[in-house]
Design a protein around this ligand. Structure first.
Ligand SMILES: NC(=O)c1ccc[n+]([C@@H]2O[C@H](COP(=O)([O-])OP(=O)(O)OC[C@H]3O[C@@H](n4cnc5c(N)ncnc54)[C@H](O)[C@@H]3O)[C@@H](O)[C@H]2O)c1
Length: 304
């Protein structure tokens, strides 16, 4: 079976590539390398350096005839979505639409779409489950939600099965410090390089999920007969202060970060219920935060 992975050279995508290869899938990557890096990919991986908005995407589908698509390519920065909402919409809405349309035309068996906890906005009730009302607070979260709705409509109009996965804060090896959950890679980089450290707030909570668990969720969702929306999370809350303390302990480096007030607009508390993914997809995170952080620190140390 052949899987086309968009955004496969990126942080999460490259782990999805590894996961699919480990499970004996033939893998084809489509990436425009705006944020991805070929060093993230195995040497023999087939890669198309193509933008999902380019007409050439059609030829890739025609040539490769993939059985499955895992769509991770995105403008993945909340900050950039404020700076350039048009580019954000072009990539995350129109790009997703093109991927879905070619998947339909080429009778793809299933599409897995990467979405985000950001679609929930500032949650009033915790943990947030999939039925929680959506309230996008950035152009990024709005464009991710649009991608979800297109996928749902393609499923209801054209029987194109899809799983929409709303990831919480993903962390792990190969993460770019500019990503959504950049705080883990920022802390590790700063600690290992003895840089000055700053924490804004500190009591705000996040739901950190290890990237290898996310990659497994993508493959499991692709193989499942179930369709629909699923939170992919650890369903546990960690404060930024706790995260810092654990990272510094595991790295064996002590530091005294400067403390500043929480930045305006930052969500105070966030964690996602993951029961639906556990019960319906049979997926469960297998890495504790401590295990995931330890593995991440080892890889950062090795690449120094
Ligand atoms: N990192 C997180 O915590 C997180 C949380 C929730 C959702 N997500 C979603 O997961 C997916 C992967 O995110 P990531 O953190 O790995 O980001 P990333 O930036 O590392 O990966 C995105 C990849 O897509 C590629 N890309 C971007 N625009 C493209 C285009 N127009 N055509 C082709 N390729 C393009 C980039 O080069 C990059 O390799 C995204 O859809 C993102 O919205 C990430």
């Amino acid at each position: 079976m052949k899987v086309l992975i968009t955004g496969g050279a990126g942080f999460i995508g490259s782990h999805v590539v590894d996961e699919c290869i480990e499970h004996n899938y033939e893998v084809v990557v489509v990436d425009n390398f705006s944020a991805g890096n070929s060093r993230n990919l195995p040497e023999d991986c087939k890669v198309y350096c193509v933008d999902i908005n380019e007409a050439h995407l059609k030829n890739v589908f025609e040539e490769e005839k993939p059985d499955y698509v895992i769509h991770l390519a995105a403008q993945a920065s909340v900050m950039k979505s404020f700076e350039d909402p048009i580019q954000d919409g072009l990539t995350n809405i129109i790009g997703t639409l093109k991927v879905l349309e070619y998947a339909r035309l080429h009778c793809v068996k299933k599409v897995v779409i990467a979405s985000s906890a950001a679609v929930y906005g500032n949650p009033q009730v915790l943990p947030v489950d999939e039925k929680f009302p959506l309230n996008p607070l950035s152009f990024y979260s709005l464009s991710k939600w649009s991608g979800e709705r297109y996928a749902q409509l393609y499923e209801s109009l054209y029987d194109l099965p899809s799983c929409i996965l709303r990831f919480s804060n993903v962390y792990g090896p190969r993460q770019n410090a500019l990503g959504e959950a950049g705080v883990v890679s920022i802390f590790i980089n700063q600690l290992l390089n003895a840089e000055e450290m700053v924490i804004y707030g500190g009591h705000q909570t996040r739901d950190f999920i290890y990237v290898k668990d996310v990659a497994q969720a993508c493959r499991t969702a692709m193989e499942s007969t179930k369709t629909g929306i699923f939170n992919i999370s650890s369903c546990s809350e960690t404060t930024i202060n706790e995260l810092f303390a654990m990272t510094s302990l595991l790295a064996g480096i002590t530091a005294e970060p400067q403390k500043y007030p929480l930045r305006q607009g930052e969500i105070e508390k966030s964690f996602l219920g993951n029961e639906k993914a556990i019960n319906e997809l049979g997926w469960q995170a297998t890495h504790s935060l401590e295990e995931g952080l330890s593995e991440t620190i080892v890889t950062y140390n090795a690449s120094k």
